[in-house]
Design a protein around this ligand. Structure first.
Ligand code: IPE
Ligand code: IPE
Ligand code: MG
Length: 239
């Protein structure tokens, strides 16, 4: 039976996805890894549309970690060019669909052309409110926390923040995800069961789902299968 979205009881408000397995998908077919990335990028567009139609409010894609710079230069160059083209080609469509585009990570170090595409898209879609799509690119969870700490210390030194006011809520305001709820559900494809330096602070209470499906093979059916396993986390206070 084909599952349709209305049959699902619970849809995560904030869904985060680690798109893993592009390289293996290509290698198994005797293709260069780059083809896996290209097909994987198409799946990101398809799944974004399905999420928007299902009522997901925030969708966060992990597409390039700080650690990924250690890969072959040719693969990294291919990925950077793919991101440039991907964001440029997608801009009009996400704008029309009411999606607000955000980049999470470090802009410095990225090709200027990519920074331009990111900034133009962020600016163009900033008043859209159907869904937020975060593209997590050149990102490290540890670096994000250190960066937040620097900003907090600076604000304390400048008397903009009192030490007594530093708590989990104010700390949130210094993260790239400031103003956004934490992910409710995390999907990682390709069978790996690792966080890989992704949203270390924000995932503290997130339900984690892994599937052996390699990212380029991931379809809407796989998404709905994952949603079936999602159980909203409800805090129970005793005493
Ligand atoms: C995920 O697929 C995409 C990126 C990290 C950019 P991989 O490239 O990690 O694919 P595998 O894990 O080698 O199969
Ligand atoms: C995680 O995949 C990062 C992204 C999908 C961007 P990796 O393939 O880079 O992670 P590891 O190296 O297996 O932990
Ligand atoms: Mg991988």
């Amino acid at each position: 039976m084909k599952l349709i979205k209305t049959q699902l009881e619970n849809i995560p408000e904030h869904l985060a996805i680690i798109t893993d397995g592009n390289g293996r998908w290509a290698t198994r077919r005797g293709l260069p890894r780059s083809i896996g990335h290209k097909v994987g990028a198409r799946a990101i567009k398809t799944i974004t549309e399905a999420c928007a139609n299902s009522g997901v409010k925030i969708l966060t894609w992990y597409v390039f970690s700080i650690e990924n710079w250690k890969r072959d230069k040719a693969e990294v160059d291919y990925l950077m060019n793919l991101f440039i083209k991907f964001i440029r080609d997608w801009r009009e469509e996400i704008y029309r669909k009411g999606i607000c585009f955000r980049h999470l990570g470090i802009k410095s170090g990225l090709p200027t052309e990519l920074i331009d595409e990111i900034e133009i898209t962020e600016e163009k879609t900033k008043y859209n409110n159907k869904m937020i799509v975060n593209i997590v690119l050149n990102y490290s969870g540890k670096a994000e926390i250190v960066n937040a700490t620097h900003s907090i210390v600076r604000d304390v030194q400048m008397n903009k923040l009192r030490m007594d006011d530093i708590n989990e809520i104010t700390f949130n305001n210094y993260l790239y995800t400031a103003g956004q709820r934490d992910p409710d559900f995390l999907i990682r494809s390709s069978g790996e069961v690792r966080i890989s330096n992704f949203l270390l602070w924000q995932l503290s209470k997130t339900q984690i789902y892994t599937t052996s499906v390699l990212w380029p093979d991931f379809t809407c059916e796989h998404l709905f299968e994952a949603f079936e396993k999602y159980k909203p986390f409800i805090e129970v206070y005793k005493g």
